[in-house]
Design a protein around this ligand. Structure first.
Ligand SMILES: Nc1ncnc2c1ncn2[C@@H]1O[C@H](COP(=O)(O)OP(=O)(O)OP(=O)(O)O)[C@@H](O)[C@H]1O
Length: 928
């Protein structure tokens, strides 16, 4: 074994034995505080272990001083157990006689006194006292336990027992005596002695407790001795460097150049890093050369063939992509240096007719995760703008700038100063070729920009990038890996305000990235809020109206927190057992909590400890704020807000904010909050084609089937949501479409949470699927690429219509929405008259399909139909405009019941009828 290895091994032995010694000491301390006679037997092994540890700790080697240290340790430790064992043996003989008298009941036997607090035991003791020959006077003297305790008796006095050793019983151990011998004393106490610990009073449990107490002292001695020895040896190592010198620096130098192993290793790692850097730089140069050759080959016919000949199998575009990908890899940006040029291009001044050259947007995209510091390094000289009409001389006068431009036709898009050709091509006069190339490139760039501008009108994205805003680089990195580079308009408008810490009420159309807009400031808030607590407080609370939405928001938060270790997100939603929630919150503490109001309130009211954790809250977010402040949720939200600290930031987000909600928002927001509206007043501009269909209710199911069939024919990758008025009507629609052999799923509040989550996830991932849903999916749910939304029956209000419609046409994509209403629901069109809805001509449904639908309907269980009827009646009865005419409601309900194939309208409970105001209304049947 080499000396280096030996040193390494010795180091580890030292370290491990140090850990062992600490463990021994902790054990000794623990033993000294837990009196239990049985563990007495462990005394010697523990001391022995301590000795071995200490010996290894000072593991002897060749050096004299080390031997001295270890010998000292061995002597100390070896001597100690010897002396100690003698002491223990002597104690066994003597301590029972001598030491019992040193104790007072109060001092040592908390155990015994605790036992006596049980009145039964005290009575027993008293009886013993009376019976006792020696101490029966005690029973007269101390009538109560209190008197007995305060008398400060010794155990012998207190229990009136003779120590068994006095009776002549040989000690087996400190608390156990050999009773096979006859007692030497005729005293009755001696005859009564028993080894049983279960017998109180006379039989000397107090004495045994004394023994135990004595053992406690023994253990204290062990512990103190170990601590002293440990400190001594540590001092020897650290201060006097007896052992350390030998182990580390003092040993022979074993590696070339006289360096030790660690330095040698570090040196090699550095060399490897440098090599990697060099390789990447070479690659950059290669890439740059390719770009230039590509330009020449495309622009100059003379050069084309030559360039093509020199091409490698990788095209320049692929080369750029490969390189960009390479740089996007974690840590690659660290290899970037000043000479490489900017990581984020400065936006070109709009006054300039021609923007700076940038061949490859993908390339720059690759650097979006790079921290801001790097982005700020955009030097003015890096971006040159070619000015139209500037002649050669003016180019000359701009000297460096223009010259640099000419040479950077490739490199500005590429990688900075590695313009190998520049040295050769940058000549005092610009060649015609360069001028031509420049002209062509500018033309190309202009057309790109025009294209981009026309695209922009349909996109939700702004020109502002995330890395221009002061958010954590790790978040930017996560945003980049999620594919987010530019902010959406709502993010651009709201982020600066939210990051400043102001309260805000933000309105933006559906599917435009509101979740990211509030999650980014939420993450920043957590990062700013430091907490040394073991269980961190909840810094951010996000309230959502539905369970699915809460889970979705938490999922987005997790994406953004990908690189933030130690920041946790949890959801608190209904449908999960309360205890499970509680355990999860305790075992996996989080700083961001996404909750539905009902379940959060349950936790607050049941004092599950969440209120305490909410005391540190810094930010409250209400997603779909108008709905949360609506009558259904308002009370719960108010109660929750009452439990939160007043000093907090509050953010309210929604696609719709009616006037009354703006007023109520004061419940949550500070007076001096900001209102951000990226929608425009009143109306939602959307790329979604909207139309409505008016048809008698009886034909609605057939129409839905027809519209779906048509849509599926026209859209191979269809993805449709059919919104129904209630959960039970949803179930009926689902069953019918399933019977009609359509690829359909259902989701509504009557389904168990696990099922809802599964269906929601499935629909998010799928194409060619129809989801029949109640309003649980109407708000916030981000199902990508939904091609059509059908709303069957009027939504509860204008806002609900907008939110349901917002499930399609997200992220600026196209979509279609159809509202299917009965003639008596037509009044609703007035509420949405500002929206661009077109009337859809009533299609002809062929009798064959009608028959098929009727047959399918006949197969559906009557229970489902009856439940749908009840849901239908309840819903329309609650709508002001329809519900006030009770007779009409009853009549319409009966027609609905007929249309779904029920023989007669189902009866409703008397109580329900009274509540709904439908008692004694003709056509309403009451259940007996
Ligand atoms: N900066 C961005 N760049 C690209 N896509 C983005 C950006 N921000 C968000 N998105 C995407 O936009 C989509 C819609 O986002 P989100 O669900 O947050 O919209 P929303 O405004 O909350 O919609 P709703 O009003 O329906 O709740 C998501 O797919 C999200 O990934």
């Amino acid at each position: 074994m080499g000396v280096g290895t030996s040193t390494f091994v010795t180091r580890w032995i030292n370290f491990l034995t140090m850990l062992l010694a600490i463990a021994v000491i902790i054990f000794g301390v623990w033993m000294s505080t837990h009196h239990d006679g049985c563990r007495k037997s462990l005394t010697l092994p523990v001391i022995g272990l301590g000795a071995i540890c200490s010996w290894l700790f000072g593991c002897p080697e060749k050096h004299l001083h080390t031997i001295m240290v270890s010998d000292c340790a061995v002597l100390c430790l070896g001597g100690n157990p010897g002396l100690y064992s003698i002491g223990v043996i002597l104690d066994m003989k003597l301590s029972c006689l001598l030491r019992y008298k040193e104790y007072q009941l109060q001092d040592f036997s908390s155990w015994f006194l605790k036992e006596l607090n049980n009145s039964h035991n005290w009575e027993k003791l008293k009886v013993c006292l009376v019976k006792s020959e020696d101490c029966n006077y005690l029973s007269k003297k101390y009538k109560t336990l209190k008197q007995y305790k305060s008398a400060k008796l010794t155990p012998i006095e207190a229990g009136c027992c003779r120590p068994p050793s006095q009776c002549g019983y040989p000690a087996v151990n400190a608390s156990y005596y050999d009773l096979t011998f006859h007692p030497v004393s005729p005293n009755n106490d001696c005859k009564r002695y028993k080894n049983s610990r279960a017998i109180k009073c006379y039989d000397c449990d107090s004495c045994k407790a004394g023994v135990a107490q004595y053992m406690k002292i023994e253990w204290r001695v062990v512990a103190i001795f170990n601590v002293v020895l440990f400190v001594f040896l540590r001092e020897a190592v650290c201060k006097w460097k007896w052992v350390a010198l030998r182990n580390m620096g003092g040993g022979p130098r074993t590696f070339p150049g006289g360096v030790n192993k660690w330095k040698w290793k570090r040196m090699h790692e550095k060399l490897a890093r440098d090599k990697q850097k060099r390789l990447i730089e070479q690659e950059k140069q290669l890439y740059e050369a390719r770009i230039r050759s590509h330009i020449r080959s495309t622009l100059s016919p003379d050069h084309r063939s030559a360039a093509a000949a020199s091409h490698s199998p990788l095209s320049p575009h692929d080369q750029i992509k490969a390189l960009a990908d390479r740089f996007v890899k974690d840590g690659a940006q660290d290899l970037w240096n000043n000479r490489d040029g900017p990581l984020t291009p400065t936006p070109t001044p709009t006054s300039s007719p021609t923007p700076n050259l940038n061949f490859c947007p993908k390339h720059t995209r690759g650097y979006r995760s790079v921290p801001e510091v790097r982005n700020n390094r955009v030097g003015a000289h890096k971006y040159r703008v070619w000015r139209k009409g500037s002649d050669d001389s003016s180019s000359e006068s701009e000297s460096e700038g223009e010259i640099e431009l000419s040479s950077k036709m490739g490199s500005s898009a590429s990688l900075g100063e590695y313009d190998v050709k520049r040295e050769r091509r940058v000549v005092p006069k610009l060649s015609e070729e360069v001028e031509f190339i420049r002209y062509e490139l500018n033309k190309r760039k202009l057309s790109q920009i025009e294209e981009h501008e026309s695209e922009e009108q349909h996109t939700i994205l702004s020109t502002t990038r995330f890395d221009e805003c002061s958010i954590s680089p790790l978040t930017i990195k996560a945003l980049s890996s999620a594919g987010y580079v530019h902010m959406t308009r709502v993010q651009e408008a709201s982020l600066p305000i939210c990051l400043e810490g102001m309260d805000a009420l933000v309105k933006a159309k559906t599917g435009t990235g509101k979740s990211v807009a509030f999650l980014l400031p939420a993450i920043e808030t957590v990062l700013k809020a430091t907490s040394g607590n073991r269980v961190p407080p909840i810094f951010v609370l996000i309230l959502c109206p539905t369970r699915e939405l809460a889970s979705q928001v938490a999922a987005v938060a997790k994406v953004l927190l990908k690189y933030h270790d130690g920041i946790g997100v949890q959801t608190l939603v209904g449908g999960i057992r309360f205890k499970v929630d509680q355990k999860r919150l305790e075992s996996d503490p989080c700083q961001i909590l996404v909750a539905t109001p009902g379940r959060l309130l349950d936790h607050i009211e049941n004092k599950s400890g969440i209120s305490l954790r909410l005391m540190g809250l810094r930010m409250l977010v209400l997603d779909e704020a108008d709905h949360l402040l609506d009558l259904g949720f308002r009370k719960d939200v108010e109660k929750i807000v009452d439990c939160l600290p007043r000093q907090r930031q509050s953010l309210l987000f929604s696609a719709t904010i009616p006037k009354e909600v703006r007023r109520i928002s004061q419940l949550v927001l500070k007076r001096e909050h900001k209102y951000v509206d990226t929608v425009g007043i009143g109306c939602i501009e959307t790329p979604v084609k909207q139309s409505y269909l008016i048809a008698p209710h009886e034909s609605h199911l057939q129409l839905v089937h027809h519209v779906l069939k048509e849509h599926i024919l026209q859209t191979p990758d269809y993805k449709v949501i059919v919104f129904c008025i209630t959960g039970m009507v949803t179930s009926l629609m689902y069953n019918l479409l399933r019977e009609m052999k359509m690829n359909v799923r259902e989701i509504h509040s009557r389904k168990p949470q696990l099922y809802r989550t599964r269906i929601s996830d499935e629909f998010r991932e799928s194409k060619q699927l129809i989801l029949v849903s109640s309003d649980v999916s109407s708000r916030g749910m981000n199902y990508p690429d939904v091609t059509l939304v059908i709303q069957v029956g009027i939504p509860s209000d204008r806002e609900q219509y907008i939110h349901r419609l917002g499930r399609t046409g997200r992220e600026g994509k196209e979509g279609e929405g159809i509202l299917l209403i009965a003639p008596w629901e037509e009044y609703f069109l007035h509420e949405i008259k500002d929206l661009p809805l077109q009337k859809f001509p009533l299609p002809d449904i062929d009798p064959q399909t009608k028959l098929k639908i009727e047959n399918s309907m006949a197969k559906i269980d009557n229970d489902i139909k009856e439940a749908a009827f009840h849901g239908w009646l309840g819903y329309y009865n609650s709508i002001r405009e329809i519900g006030r005419e009770k007779t009409t409601v009853a009549e319409l309900a009966n027609r609905f019941s007929e249309s779904i194939g029920l023989q007669r309208p189902p009866a409703i409970f008397r109580k329900t009828a009274i509540k709904m105001g439908l008692k004694d209304i003709p056509g309403i049947r009451i259940r007996r």
